[in-house]
Design a protein around this ligand. Structure first.
Ligand SMILES: Cc1cc2nc3c(=O)[nH]c(=O)nc-3n(C[C@H](O)[C@H](O)[C@H](O)COP(=O)(O)O)c2cc1C
Length: 180
C-alpha cells in the first residue's frame, strides 16, 4: 500500500463545507496521513524538519485546498516557501522529493464553464495552477493528476448540493490513488 500524505490548507475550516468533508473522509483511511496546516500551525510557524520528514516517508502527496484568488490559501504558500528548501527539494543534493507522486485536489467557487477559453476566466484550473506544476517539475516530483470540483460555495449552491459533489470528489480521489 502506498503511503499517502495529504497536505491541506483552509484558513477557516470551521466554516468550510467542501474541504472539511473531504478531509474528514480522507482521515478515515489508515494508509493516509492528513495534515490540515492551519490547525497544526495556528501561529504560522511551520516545523520544517517535521514536514520534510513526513514528505520523505511518503510515496504520494495530495495537496487539498480551495482555490483562493487563482492560487493557494496563504498557509499552503508558506508551506511551499518554508519546506521546499535548497539542498532538500532543489539545488545541490536537493533530490529528496525525486519520484514522489503528486495529486492536486482542488475546490473552486467558479463554475466549470468559467474555467474554459470561452468562460470569464478564459483559462482552465490546470493552467491557473501552472506555478505549482512547475514547482513539482523543479523538485523532481511527478505530477500525476488534478481533481477539481467546481461551484463549491455552500452559501450559493446549498449545502446538500456541495456535499454531494464533495462525495464524488472523494470517490474520484480514491480512484486516482488506487490507480497509482
Ligand atoms: C479569499 C477567497 C478567494 C477565493 N478565490 C477564488 C478564485 O480565485 N476562484 C474560484 O473559483 N473561487 C474562489 N473562491 C471560492 C472558494 O474556492 C470556495 O469558497 C471554496 O472552494 C469552497 O470550499 P469550502 O467549503 O471548503 O470553503 C475564493 C474564496 C475566498 C474566501
Amino acid at each position: 500500500m502506498k503511503k499517502t500524505l495529504v497536505i491541506s490548507a483552509h484558513p477557516n475550516i470551521a466554516q468550510s463545507t467542501a474541504n472539511a468533508y473531504i478531509l474528514d473522509q480522507l482521515n478515515e483511511s489508515t494508509s493516509t496521513t492528513v495534515r490540515h496546516l492551519d490547525s497544526i500551525y495556528p501561529d504560522y510557524q511551520i516545523d520544517v524538519a517535521t514536514e520534510q520528514q513526513l514528505l520523505q516517508d511518503s510515496d504520494v502527496v495530495v495537496f487539498q485546498f480551495p482555490l483562493f484568488w487563482y492560487s493557494v490559501p496563504p498557509m499552503l504558500k508558506k508551506w511551499f516557501d518554508d519546506v521546499l528548501t535548497y539542498g532538500f527539494a532543489y539545488g545541490e543534493n536537493g533530490d529528496k522529493l525525486k519520484g514522489k507522486k503528486v495529486l492536486l485536489s482542488v475546490t473552486t467557487g467558479g463554475p466549470e464553464e468559467a474555467y474554459s477559453s470561452t468562460g470569464y476566466n478564459q483559462i482552465s484550473v490546470k493552467e491557473v495552477l501552472v506555478p505549482l506544476i512547475q514547482t513539482f517539475k523543479l523538485t523532481q516530483m511527478e505530477f500525476v493528476d488534478l481533481n477539481v470540483s467546481y461551484a463549491m460555495v455552500a452559501m450559493q449552491h446549498g449545502e446538500e448540493a456541495v456535499l454531494t459533489k464533495a462525495k464524488d470528489h472523494v470517490q474520484k480521489l480514491a480512484d486516482q490513488l488506487a490507480a497509482l
